[in-house]
Design a protein around this ligand. Structure first.
Ligand SMILES: C[S@@+](CC[C@H](N)C(=O)[O-])C[C@H]1O[C@@H](n2cnc3c(N)ncnc32)[C@H](O)[C@@H]1O
Length: 380
């Protein structure tokens, strides 16, 4: 039986965690409390707070962008253990002190920076993310590239008569940016296929130097090929990056660090796959841009070159039917905005694989928040 809730004691415990968040070492518990706290905040909020949380959601991203571009977070982040006065921050960033104080007031109210004293500001876990060059660049991309597309979703869907926009162009991205340019997707650094597929023992058995081990189809810059070579530096066999000719040219002109012993090939996946008998044909965040009938066509094009030991690895979000986490559901809206496409559920993926005359051998999820998953597909 669950003991009656001691609300007062619970509030004190929460306040104690907030005073010393670093003490929370257990990762599973940390996630549970973080997600529980988020839901609790929503469940207990009053109607005015609901209105502002939902209606003002874009304030936070717009002002975070300002803080990144003005260099506020980078300055704070450079000296983790020190408090800065508003005057110091204004001087280092070149922001007018009056404006700087207003921005800092807003940032502390959103827990983006900490304010331990009246005129003292310091970095916290959020500042550390926004102040780092990698995440900061991703955030700028979200705000500058994705936000206009996302804000165009309502008009786009209304115009569509609220039909699911499978492959429709122009999409929300084009409306929001007033362009007919093709949008590109991106990824933040997070766990990967290599955490759930054991290439060494499952896929590379008996391979020789001429065996195509890893064919990264629509692999863009080839970051996954580089990651493969780094992770499996002992494996013999070919690693091949395939993409459209323009991308291939760019990769050859400006290869990533560590881009060694990797072949690059212009290959249109809407035509039959040219590499025969590959051990793994890898598609990461490629198929989710395409409508159902094209996905089936692309899979059939690979099937023509597969051998018994070949697999297709579909590395995509696989959305839960119930209780889909917010990051994954939000990514579905991003894909809607960018490509008029959709993130699929397991049943939807299985149906496409079957339509291509292939078999799902395994489904391995490797992130909880995004529901990143590898679907292992074979001939039988
Ligand atoms: C969203 S990116 C995914 C990149 C990469 N797999 C990753 O996870 O970083 C989609 C890639 O598919 C490529 N692509 C689009 N159409 C293609 C086609 N018909 N044949 C081959 N590649 C194509 C694009 O050039 C782009 O690099």
């Amino acid at each position: 039986m669950v003991a009656p809730i001691q609300h007062e004691a619970l509030a004190e415990h929460i306040e104690a965690i907030l005073r010393n968040p670093e003490a929370m070492k257990d990762e599973r518990l940390r996630r549970r409390l973080s997600e529980g706290g988020r839901k609790l905040g929503i469940t207990l909020e009053d109607s005015g707070a609901t209105l502002r949380r939902v209606g003002y959601a874009h304030f936070q991203s717009a002002l975070a962008r300002t803080g990144i571009e003005a260099g506020v977070f980078a300055v704070l982040e450079a000296e983790l253990d020190r408090q800065f006065t508003n005057g110091e921050l204004a001087e280092k960033t070149g922001v007018d002190p009056k404006l700087s104080k207003r921005l800092l007031r807003y940032f502390q109210s959103q827990d983006i920076v900490s304010q331990p004293s009246v005129d003292g500001y310091r970095t916290n876990n959020v500042t550390r993310v926004l102040g780092s060059s990698g995440y900061g660049t991703s955030l700028l991309f979200f705000v500058k590239v994705m936000a206009p597309a996302v804000m165009a979703i309502p008009d786009f869907l209304k115009k569509q008569g609220y039909k699911d926009p499978n492959g429709v162009t122009p999409g929300a991205f084009h409306l929001g940016h007033r362009t007919d340019m093709h949008p590109f997707a991106w990824r933040e650094g997070r766990p990967s296929v290599f955490d759930v597929v054991d290439f060494e023992n499952d896929l590379a058995r008996g391979a020789t130097s001429s065996t195509p081990l890893f064919v990264d189809v629509g692999g863009a810059t080839g970051s996954q090929c580089v990651a493969f070579r780094r992770r499996y530096s002992n494996l013999v066999g070919r690693v091949i990056l395939q993409d459209v000719p323009q991308v291939v040219e760019q990769v050859m002109a400006h290869p990533l660090d560590g881009f060694e012993n990797i072949e690059v090939e212009a290959q249109n996946f809407l035509t039959p796959e040219t590499v025969k008998g590959g051990r793994a044909y890898y598609f990461r965040n490629v198929l989710h841009e395409w409508p159902d009938e094209k996905v089936v066509e692309i899979l059939v094009n690979v099937k023509t070159s597969m051998a018994d030991e070949s697999v297709i690895l579909i590395d995509e979000a696989v959305l839960s039917e119930r209780g889909c986490p917010w990051r994954a559901a939000q990514q579905d809206m991003e894909i809607l905005a960018a490509f008029s496409a959709y993130e699929r559920t397991e049943a939807e993926w299985r149906s496409l694989v079957e339509d291509a005359g292939l078999m799902v051998r395994d489904v391995r999820k490797y992130t909880e928040e995004y529901e990143d998953t590898v679907i292992v597909v074979g001939l039988t």
